[in-house]
Design a binder for this molecule. Structure first.
Ligand code: PLP
Length: 450
């Protein structure tokens, strides 16, 4: 592996108690008494420290991390440059509100986003605290620019948990159920989900694009559409890579009709897929791009970046927020970007893909429950089915495998509209031995389950 994790927790898996151990169990009881039940946890081991590919819990267990706190700690937890820059900023000042008295870090992050995002047109950015907030603001900006109301999203899409982004999100449970009514003027159209496309993956791109465009034209009217928002690799919906040709066709339709094309790269951006942004794979140049998660090594930061004339459509004071682009989060983002460049984390993500896809491919020959292996870079998943012919989703198996991995000290997550996708999002700095050890655990879990 080209990248090496920073010093910190020894990069070895170690189990000294059951998972979760007694100290975690005690803390879980306190959590249950004091924290709202709506805040669920995937794996109730309480964290003591973490770095590289290892998370150490309060009982002294060391777990291999294939989750990165949901694709956030791509540079590893407490990466050297993140800590160095954020610490210096903490000592200098913690907050002024950029809209009251500005500071250089915010501008530097905006400059970095202009440099790193696809396209060489003039770009501007606005910074926020969370991914959902970035998506909401992309909609505000697109509406201000086009003076149109409607927003188009896709089956299996995920864009957040605020009221507008719940409306944009496809899956009911757990994200939306009971939380309506939702924001109006949101329309959902088909996406090219190759594995489940009725006429096969090779037809999915053009057919899904034609269906989506037909629905937009007939049901909404292109002239009413402010924005089309899509994840270039769909995250929570099951790590779906829209079949080839789909994204360029949708972008072309948007361009031809004066619609703002928004790539939600909150999960897929910042080296996660082996490129700075997943949009680059098919040469997409989004009008606006939303980022968060991997941008700042774990500190809360999000951005909307895009064509200067679109970004400038909102009047002064129309965008912003008290904390948006907090100076410590900006310093952390500059540290993350520095680390990504210095360690060439795009190359590291590609190497992770190579190792994972070759190991998972070998497992698929033994375990027919693995219906599909997909994703790019360090955003890889397997879709689990009861039978490879019928492709009936097997959510119970995904849950059981995740549980078995957790018990062995490997953090994995599930996702997918049908809950039957096991996803792997290791930090890009993970040691190759740990990566293989994690895959050994997954393989053993399959052998024990199926
Ligand atoms: C996580 C995510 C969001 C929401 O980000 P939050 O920071 O949780 O609000 C939006 N879009 C995509 C694609 C995501 O993966």
């Amino acid at each position: 592996m080209t990248a090496t994790p920073t010093a910190g927790v020894p990069q070895e898996r170690r189990l000294v108690t059951a998972i979760p151990g007694p100290k975690s169990a005690e803390l879980l009881a306190r959590k249950q008494a004091a924290v709202a039940d709506g805040i669920g946890v995937t794996l109730p081991v309480f964290t003591a420290r973490a770095s590289g590919g290892i998370l150490e819990d309060v009982d002294g267990n060391r777990l291999i991390d294939f989750g990165s706190g949901i694709a956030v700690t791509s540079v590893g937890n407490s990466a050297e440059a993140v800590v160095r820059r954020a610490t210096r900023q903490l000592a200098d000042f913690t907050h002024t509100c950029f809209m009251v008295t500005p500071y250089e870090g915010y501008v530097e992050v905006a400059e970095a986003l202009a440099e790193l995002t696809p396209g060489d047109h003039a770009k501007k950015s606005a910074l926020f605290n969370s991914g959902a907030e970035a998506v909401e603001n992309a909609v505000k900006i697109a509406r201000a620019y086009t003076k149109r109301p409607a927003v188009i999203v896709f089956d299996h899409g995920y864009h957040g948990r605020t009221n507008l982004t719940m409306a944009l999100t496809s899956k009911n449970m757990p994200y939306k159920n009971g939380f309506g009514p939702f924001a109006p003027e949101v329309y959902r159209v088909p996406v090219a989900y190759g594995y489940r496309w009725p006429t096969g993956p090779e037809n999915a791109g053009p057919e899904a694009a034609a269906q989506a465009i037909d629905q937009i034209t007939k049901q909404v009217g292109a002239e009413n559409v402010a924005a089309i928002i899509i994840e270039p690799v769909l995250g929570e919906g099951g790590f779906i890579e829209p079949a080839k040709g789909f994204l360029p066709a949708i972008q072309k339709f948007a361009n031809d009709n004066g619609i703002v094309f928004v790539a939600d790269e909150i999960q897929s951006g910042f080296c996660r897929t082996g490129q700075w942004f997943a949009s680059e794979d098919e040469g997409l140049v989004p009008d606006l791009i939303t980022t968060a998660k991997g941008i700042a090594g774990g500190l809360p930061l999000a951005a909307v970046t895009g064509r200067a004339e679109i970004m400038d459509a909102a009047h002064a004071g129309g965008l912003g927020g008290t904390y948006g682009g907090n100076p410590v989060a900006c310093a952390a983002a500059l540290g993350s970007i520095e680390t990504m460049k210095e360690l060439d984390l795009n190359a590291a993500a590609k190497r992770i893909e190579e190792v994972m896809k070759s190991r998972l491919g070998a497992m698929q020959e033994k375990f027919p429950a693995i219906g599909d292996i997909r994703g790019r870079g360090a955003m890889i998943a397997v879709e689990l089915v009861k039978d490879p012919e019928s492709k009936e989703p097997d959510a119970a198996l995904a849950g059981a495998l995740a549980k078995a991995c957790h018990a062995e000290g490997l953090i994995v997550l599930t996702c997918g509209t049908y809950g039957n996708v096991l996803r792997f999002l290791p930090p890009l700095v993970i040691d190759e031995n740990l990566l293989n050890e994690g895959l050994d655990i997954i393989e053993a879990a399959f052998a024990a389950q199926v």
